[in-house]
Design a binder for this molecule. Structure first.
Ligand SMILES: Cc1cc2nc3c(=O)[nH]c(=O)nc-3n(C[C@H](O)[C@H](O)[C@H](O)COP(=O)(O)OP(=O)(O)OC[C@H]3O[C@@H](n4cnc5c(N)ncnc54)[C@H](O)[C@@H]3O)c2cc1C
Length: 303
């Protein structure tokens, strides 16, 4: 309870305190930091998806700057032969200001990814963005069938219907490619399931549907219960190893990560970097209020 209260007050904490805690979950502030951490992960048999931090821009000129940075990122990682792909947040490219401009910005990025033989995953943001993010995904997937994927959130009541509505884009050569996560934004009960087990049950239902329909899925979770359910479904349906992967966040549950690798599954780590780390970090802190005590401790040791 007290942790939750403190978590709500996080935006009022000094940034330097939050950074002490956050740096564990962020590869660094620079592209070179993301590159160094991605190389280390590759050396340990882990592939990456790299995310330049930033979201919910207020001015479209910010979108232009972010687009240039993503293009530089994709080219650099391709030149350096890093085994990985890229994740983007549409609100960083103006989704909530002008969705057509957002689409055009993302299209430019996917075009570069296409030339670099790479792949872009569209992160899913809060419910205000969902329909537009699905629509942009639909347009990009139609034009670049093997270059783009979408995140879906098991806590959203609409998710299974959304997945079914995209099946017309699915085929054996260029299957739909989803990342399935629980969902991190705070949503109203009429929009999202709220119960912990209820969200897990819907996650399992969505995952089973995807694997039964041969949709490529990134199983993004650190929840041991869900990992065990995923292993069961993979065995039961005899899904081959190239039809799915597991995904985890940078800095979270390294032991669990190793156990997935030891079982011989493909594992991708989400590697965020950039100067706009505050929103990403505070969202994760609010979700895991127990970590608030790490911040309190940091306040004392950093004085
Ligand atoms: C690769 C990846 C990409 C994602 N992309 C999106 C996205 O596009 N949109 C979106 O809404 N959400 C996204 N998420 C976040 C996701 O929705 C969940 O909020 C998050 O993964 C926590 O859910 P969980 O399944 O790990 O289960 P939980 O029950 O939340 O966590 C299980 C256990 O994992 C550990 N854990 C989980 N998170 C953390 C953390 N931050 N720090 C330390 N320990 C932790 C804890 O020990 C916890 O007990 C993504 C997650 C991953 C792994």
């Amino acid at each position: 309870m007290i942790n939750k209260l403190i978590a709500k007050m996080l935006p009022f904490f000094p940034e330097r305190i939050i950074w002490i805690f956050s740096k564990r979950y962020i590869s660094g502030k620079l592209l070179s930091d993301a590159l160094a951490e991605s190389r280390k992960l590759n050396q340990n048999g882990v592939v990456v998806t790299v995310d330049l931090l930033g979201e919910y821009i207020k001015n479209l000129s910010e979108a232009d700057r972010y687009k240039e940075q993503y293009i530089e990122l994709i080219k650099r990682f391709t030149e350096e032969k890093v085994d990985g792909n890229f994740s983007v947040k549409p609100s960083m490219f103006g989704l909530l200001i002008d969705k057509e401009i957002c689409y055009l910005n993302l299209r430019d990025i996917v075009e570069v990814a296409d030339r670099c033989n790479s792949f872009i995953k569209i992160d899913m943001e809060d419910s205000e963005c969902t329909s537009n993010e699905i629509e942009i995904f639909r347009r990009l997937k139609t034009e670049f069938p093997s270059r783009v994927g979408l995140v879906v959130q098991a806590y959203m009541r609409r998710t299974l219907d959304d997945v079914k509505s995209l099946l017309d884009l699915h085929n054996t050569e260029t299957p739909l490619n989803f990342r399935l996560c629980k969902g991190i934004y705070i949503e109203e009960e009429r929009i999202a399931y709220k119960g912990y087990q209820e969200i897990r049950d819907h996650y399992v239902e969505d995952l089973r549907f995807m694997l039964m329909n041969k949709i490529y899925v990134g199983i993004a979770t650190h929840d041991k219960y869900l990992l065990d359910k995923a292993y069961e479904i993979i065995d039961e349906l005899n899904v081959s190893k190239d039809k799915y992967e597991f995904q985890m966040l940078f800095g979270v549950a390294p032991k669990l990560r190793q156990s997935i690798i030891n079982r011989g599954h493909r594992l991708r780590v989400y590697v965020p970097y950039g100067k706009q780390w505050f929103g990403y970090s505070t969202r994760r802190l609010k979700e895991n209020p127990n970590m608030v005590w790490d911040i309190i401790k940091a306040m004392f040791v950093s004085r």
